[in-house]
Every structure is written in C-alpha cells, then in structure tokens.
Ligand binder design. Sequence first.
Ligand code: LIP
Length: 262
Amino acid sequence: MNNELQQRYTFLCQLAKEAGQLAYNYQRKLIEDGLTIDVKGLQDFVSEADKETESFIRQQLTQTYPQDGFLGEESGEVSVQHNGEENNNTTGTWVVDPIDGTTNFLRKQPMWCVSIAYLVDGEPVIGAIYDPCHDELFSARHGEGAWLNEQPLEVNQGSTDMVGLVNLGYSAKMPLGTYLKTMKRLLDHGIEHRRHGSAALGLAHVAAGRFDGYREDFINAWDIMAGVVILREAGADVIVNEVTGGYAIQASVPALTDLLKG
Ligand code: LIP
C-alpha cells in the first residue's frame, strides 16, 4: 500500500473510534435527557447525534485531506475544500455513515456503528466500522488484510454443515416479495436468519465469521462501502449491484453464495 493510503488508513481507524465515542456519549445523553429527533420517512429517523457526529467526521477529514471528496448520509456530497473553494480534482472520496443502525440507536439498543470508507475510482480501498458499545473496530486495507481490533479477520471456515446463519436487511424501498422469498428459500434449506437493522455491522459480522452471509436488496453507499473492502479482505464472496437510487448487496462464505442469491 502506498504511504499516502497507509496514512489515511491510520487516520481513519483513529477517527472512527473518536466519532464512535462521540456518538456513544450522545446515546448516554439520549438515555438521560433525550435528543432532538427528525423523521425522514417511514422507519427513517435522524437525530442531532447523527448530524453532529457526521459534522465532526467531515470537519476532521476536510481539514486533514482538503483535496478529497466527501459523501455523508446526512450532509450528502460535499466537494468543497476546507477553505471554501470548489474542489474539482479530488484524489478519492470519503463515504460516511455516522450512525448506521439509527433506529436501534434511538431506541437505546447497542446494534449500531460508525462506518467510514475511502474510495478511489469508485472502489473502497480502506474502510473502518466501529462498534462503540462493544469496543470493536473492524477495518481493512485493500490487498493487506482485514482486522478486528488487533486480530486478523476471516469469514467462517467451518464445513458446509456448519454454515447456517444469515443476517438479512430490509427497507421499504425494496420489493417485499423478494425479501420473503429469500427468507423462505433459506428456511427451506435449514438456514436460520436474523435481522439487526444495521447493514454495516451485519457485514462486519460476516467478515468476523459470526454470520455466514448478509443480503439486502436496497441499501445506500454509506451503509456498505466500508463493509465491502473488509469482507473482500476477509475472504467473502461479495456481490454489489447498482439499483435505481442505491445498491443491492450480498456477501457470504462461498458455500452459501448460490443459495443466498437464489
Ligand atoms: C440502515 C441500514 C439498514 C437498513 C435500514 C437503514 P441507517 O441505515 O443499516 O440495513 O435496512 O433501512 O438504511 O439509516 O440506520 O444509517
């Protein structure tokens, strides 16, 4: 990995943990005093925690890497340099979900995380997903492996009869019938599923061998890009397709790829 990317990776891992701690403190505030919450749509919420955490991440990134682009769930595409000038020659783009699993966060549950990826020519080359509730940092550098804190990450290497647990994601922007067919196909083959409401964490857990696959048929770039590079480096089959307005993603141990795809 070139030195510039290595520096970004080191910076990214520290930033993900700092942003996660900030968001965690907001969840403590939520539990004690409450937070301002806006409704973006059906089962789609945003709070001051999301906005302030993303603002912190954006400020750190644009200050340190003013030549890079930025895409965040709450502030959208920002390609303006730190000094306010238009930034037309970015070397790469940071893609950020400040709190993935927002509904869980707002219901004072632990299944949420910070997800930050750096893309070059549209492909994630470094990524970090931090779960502050469990102090787990999932990270990866393209071609250099994936880690959970200091330990190398690898998908479940169990024999095929040990492959049997999948994490599914669902949003109202995808056909319900497809989701139900996927569930039925898995159950017909004795494969159990869970649904946690955080795509980034679900993807990270596949990389850690805690699940054998993840599938969601409509998702946003900021939910998945860090997970994609982490999963690729952990040995998963990763299928990302562009759909109208977003992406469809599937990641799995090779033994499950065809069944999960359907
Ligand atoms: C969430 C995703 C989840 C999806 C939800 C939502 P958010 O992201 O992680 O997989 O099913 O609809 O998009 O909104 O919590 O950042």
